[in-house]
Each structure stands twice: as C-alpha cells, then as structure tokens.
Design a protein around this ligand. Sequence first.
Ligand code: HEM
Length: 157
Amino acid sequence: MTSFAILLLLAMHLLAVVFWVGGMAFAYTMLRPAAVGLEPPARLPLWRRVFARFLPWVGVSIVALLVSGFGMIFLVFGGFKGLPLFIHIMTGLGLLMMLLYLHLVFAPWKRFREAVDRNAFPEAAKRLNQIRIIVGINLMLGVITIVVGGTGRYWGL
Ligand code: HEM
C-alpha cells in the first residue's frame, strides 16, 4: 500500500514538473521568438490570453509538487531527519521558484493584464518584459532542479 502511494506521489511530482518547466520552455524558446514579429496590439493580447490559461495551471502544479514532494519526504525518508543533500537542494530551489511565481502573479502579471485591458500597450510591453525575465530565471532554476532531483540519488551524499 505504502509503495503504491509512493508511486502515485512520484508520478504526480514528475507530471507537475514536466508541465511547469516544459510550459515555460515552450513559451520562452518557441512562442516568444514566433510572436516577436507581431504588432503590439496583436502580440500583447496574445500573451495575455496565453498566461491567463497557463498561470492557473502552474498554481495547480505547485500544489501537486508540494503535496507529492513533502508526502515522499515522509513516506520514503521517514521525515526531515537525515535527508540526502539533493532533497534539501531540490526543496530550496523549488520553494524559490514558487516565490518567484507568486511575485509574478501578484505584481507584473496583474499590472500587465490591467495595462492590456486599457490598451496601454507601452506599459504592457514593460510589464511583459518583467514577466519574461522572471520566467527566464524560473526556467533556469527548473532545469537545474530537474537535474538535481533526477541525479541526486546517485551522488552518495
Ligand atoms: C519544493 C518542494 C519539493 C520537494 C519537497 C521535493 C521532494 C522530492 C522528493 C522527496 C523526491 C523523491 C526522491 C527519491 O525518492 O529519490 C523528489 C523527486 C524528484 N523531484 Fe522534487 N521536490 C520538490 C520540488 C521539485 C521541483 C520544483 C522540481 C523540478 C523543477 C523537482 C524535480 C524532481 C525530480 C526530477 C525528481 C525525480 C527523482 C527520481 O528520478 O526518482 N522537485 N522530489
């Protein structure tokens, strides 16, 4: 029973990671260069619609990551005492990514949305640039965290 619960938690963890980090990678490396040629009145509302769909699902992924991550800490490792180093690093980087996400949602995303809705495109472009920087940082942190989480069991630390 416990091992089935661990399998479910690990599957949930991995799917949430793939959705969040994969979604950021797609936005940053595919959609952004593809949208660059569009005029601001087409490009900025497009990004508004993209993030209006993506960000709530990232919120769901974060809840899934926290439940599955801390669930595995208890079920696999029996609590926080004597945890391997990579789990500490993964948890620290994961929490940092989550704080950046919360900042993005409550500051630049809120202002970007309001600016697009008022057709204030220069202001919206400024906010979108802040969103791009935060997503870029979170994408790099996400890639590092995946490597840490996936390789850590072989570190012997
Ligand atoms: C902040 C909360 C997080 C906690 C508490 C947490 C905790 C854990 C735990 C306990 C495991 C199981 C490790 C094992 O049994 O070997 C795991 C696996 C993993 N985690 Fe996390 N994690 C968190 C966030 C993240 C994030 C943000 C990412 C990536 C962006 C990530 C990527 C991974 C990966 C790739 C594995 C797979 C390990 C395997 O191959 O078995 N984790 N995590």
